[in-house]
Design a protein around this ligand. Structure first.
Ligand code: HEC
Ligand code: HEC
Length: 308
């Protein structure tokens, strides 16, 4: 509805005629009123009438016709109004012969600004991501983009929060930090879903066992006995997270063997992931932002964890 704001979307055709009629009748009434008040001229020798009452003792109001220049300004305004209603939307649902709409005007302005941005960002598109990451000017532009499009989820310092991954620690849910995978995460999003699997692994106890197997896959402290029991149940998980637990990019199933955790790597957090399932969501950016901005953002994100 808002998008077509310049062309008011009345709920029924009646209101279009109702409003258009009021507008037209008002204009005609104003013209008639102006004429009725100004056509009478003073005859030679005739005095202007003094209207009652007088104000403040001696302040009198005379019944003179309006001065010509003043009157013509009124008529000019009326002509302007009629022209406006012919050219622009304003008369009920009539769109105006110029077909102007605020939505189109906004679109054109957007296109102009986008073209201007692209001109600035385009040179970086041809460069290697790591080279862009090292360019101070590109980093500054990348940061501004990040604050606009990414900070609401990943935080203005990109350190994330619960359920939103930290992008500065050099630990990656997807692709181990391969620049092209980071770019793909941003461009196409990561909207994988893990179904609740408590029943599939034999309830809470089974989930604990698998959790310890996950910790074992990552070479972390774990209970060997529980992990051994969990290994048998890993088949439930391997289809998505891989035999080795390193994840599957096509399914947006994260690497479970490093220290990058979206929901937490404690036994309790992993059990919760298994029992309840998980559905996060990193929205795809390519369509909305275009490749040049995605490239710049990727470089910015990669630069944040450099040396870690
Ligand atoms: C609506 C919230 C949201 C927004 C906005 C968002 N992200 Fe994400 N992002 C996430 C979530 C959640 C994940 C984890 C993916 C998952 O759920 O599997 C993620 C994952 C990522 C990853 C992969 C991290 C890894 O460890 O592999 C990168 C890179 C990333 N985001 C960058 C960005 C950039 C750059 C922007 C801005 C253009 C952005 N994100 C905007 C929520 C968001
Ligand atoms: C259907 C595919 C699929 C299966 C089967 C699956 N997962 Fe997942 N898993 C995912 C996806 C996708 C995510 C990421 C969810 C998100 O982004 O919110 C995930 C997330 C997780 C997480 C959270 C990781 C973090 O960073 O916090 C853990 C832990 C996990 N899975 C363990 C397992 C275990 C253990 C099994 C086997 C019992 C399993 N998964 C089976 C697809 C799957």
């Amino acid at each position: 509805m808002i998008a077509g704001y310049a062309v008011p979307d009345f709920v029924s055709g009646f209101w279009h005629y109702y409003i258009a009629a009021i507008t037209v009748v008002s204009i005609i009434a104003i013209i008639w009123f102006l004429r009725s008040q100004t056509t009478r001229k003073l005859a030679p020798g005739e005095e202007a009438e003094v209207l009652e009452p007088t104000f403040d003792g001696d302040l009198q109001e005379l019944n003179n016709p309006l001065p010509r220049w003043w009157l013509y300004m009124f008529y000019l305004l009326i002509v302007f109004g009629i022209l406006y209603l012919v050219l622009y939307p304003g008369l009920g649902r009539f769109e105006g012969v110029w077909g102007w709409s605020s939505a189109d005007a906004y679109k054109q302005e957007r296109a102009r600004v986008d073209a201007e941005f692209d001109r600035q960002f385009q040179p970086f598109l041809g460069q290697d991501l790591m080279a862009v990451a090292a360019d101070p000017k590109a980093r500054e532009m990348g940061q501004r983009l990040f604050l606009t499009y990414c900070a609401q989820c990943h935080g203005s310092d990109a350190k994330g929060s619960q359920h939103f991954p930290n992008l500065t620690d050099g630990l990656w849910l997807f692709g181990g930090g391969d620049p092209e995978v980071v770019k793909a995460s941003i461009a196409y999003g990561r909207t994988g879903e893990m179904p609740p699997l408590g029943d599939a692994v034999g309830g809470e106890q089974g989930a604990r066992e698998v959790a310890h197997y996950v910790l074992a896959l990552g070479g972390k402290p774990h209970d060997a006995q529980l992990a051994a029991a969990g290994q048998a149940k890993w088949v439930v998980c391997a289809g998505c997270h891989g035999e080795d637990g390193k994840g599957n990019l096509a399914l947006s199933a994260p690497d479970l063997t490093n220290d990058a955790w979206q929901y937490g790597g404690s036994e309790a957090a992993i059990v919760e992931s298994i029992v309840k399932g998980r559905k996060g969501g990193m929205p795809a950016q390519l369509e909305a932002l275009g490749e040049a901005k995605v490239h710049l953002l990727t470089a910015y994100v990669l630069g944040l964890s450099q040396g870690k």
